[in-house]
Ligand binder design. Structure first.
Ligand SMILES: [Zn+2]
Length: 245
């Protein structure tokens, strides 16, 4: 039997399989034992989006609800839009792991985690995106989270995690104010590594990673088609300053 990690209190009983524990409209309650209390009285200020990298939703549910796996998320959305809730939003699900965003660690205590059933190598289904767009506004309003608080797993764990990956349509969420808006592309900025790192840090990418991993993470979020060494378009993608003329 896998024992809970030190300092993580496991509740004596998982909520029963009833609608009562569900926070989101229409969610199916599929309780996971893999959660604890949010630390230091923290409440969610972030939403972290993942893909499961598994073959189907049922396999993902089995794993996310397996005590031995010691992983979970608050929600899983299937390709047909089916929504499962595994951990109550008030509790700390185990989805983010090591990483940092805007200089803050313990992302699990600060976030709600949403898994999308996707292997990572194919587009996200329309009903799945539509279900995500119904779920996000509920979470954002329930906890007073700004749209800029909706991030990808790869944003907070560059080089270690790559989900929700290059197929995820961030601009679609941004247009609905369900993710932070992007810079308007200041093309006159030079492509210096120092400037790129400074701008990335301002965006929230504060994890201590090398230049290449940072570039990969920023591209995943803003221009997944980007290839090769750092270029002006990479810098422009995170340069929010407007030119004064
Ligand atoms: Zn992930």
């Amino acid at each position: 039997m896998v024992m809970p990690a030190a300092g993580i209190l496991r509740r004596s009983a998982v909520p029963s399989k009833t609608e009562a524990a569900v926070d989101a409209k229409g969610a199916i309650w599929r309780p996971s034992p893999n959660f604890g209390s949010r630390r230091d009285g923290l409440t969610p200020t972030l939403v972290v989006i993942h893909y499961t990298a598994m073959n189907n939703a049922e396999a993902a549910l089995d794993r996310l609800c397996d005590a031995a796996a010691e992983v979970s998320a608050h929600y899983l959305i299937g390709p047909d839009g089916t929504l499962w809730q595994m951990v109550r939003e008030a509790d700390r699900a185990w989805h983010a792991g090591a990483g940092e965003w805007h200089g803050q660690c313990d992302i699990n205590s600060r976030s709600v985690g949403i898994e999308l059933d996707n292997r990572g190598d194919h587009p996200f289904a329309e009903p799945q995106m539509a279900a995500l767009e119904r779920l996000l506004p509920q979470i954002l309003s329930r906890w007073g989270i700004a749209s800029g608080g909706v991030i990808g797993h790869s944003d907070m764990a560059p080089g270690r995690k790559f989900d929700p990956g290059p197929r995820f349509d961030w601009e679609r969420l941004e247009r609905q104010n369900l993710a932070g808006g992007r810079a308007q592309g200041e093309m006159l900025v030079e492509a210096s590594v120092g400037e790129f790192r400074r701008l990335a840090r301002d965006e929230g990418f504060t994890s201590d990673v090398d230049d290449e991993r940072l570039l990969d993470a920023v591209r995943l979020r803003y221009r997944p088609w980007g290839r090769g060494p750092l270029c002006r378009e990479d810098v422009a993608a995170i340069s929010r300053a407007t030119l004064s003329t």
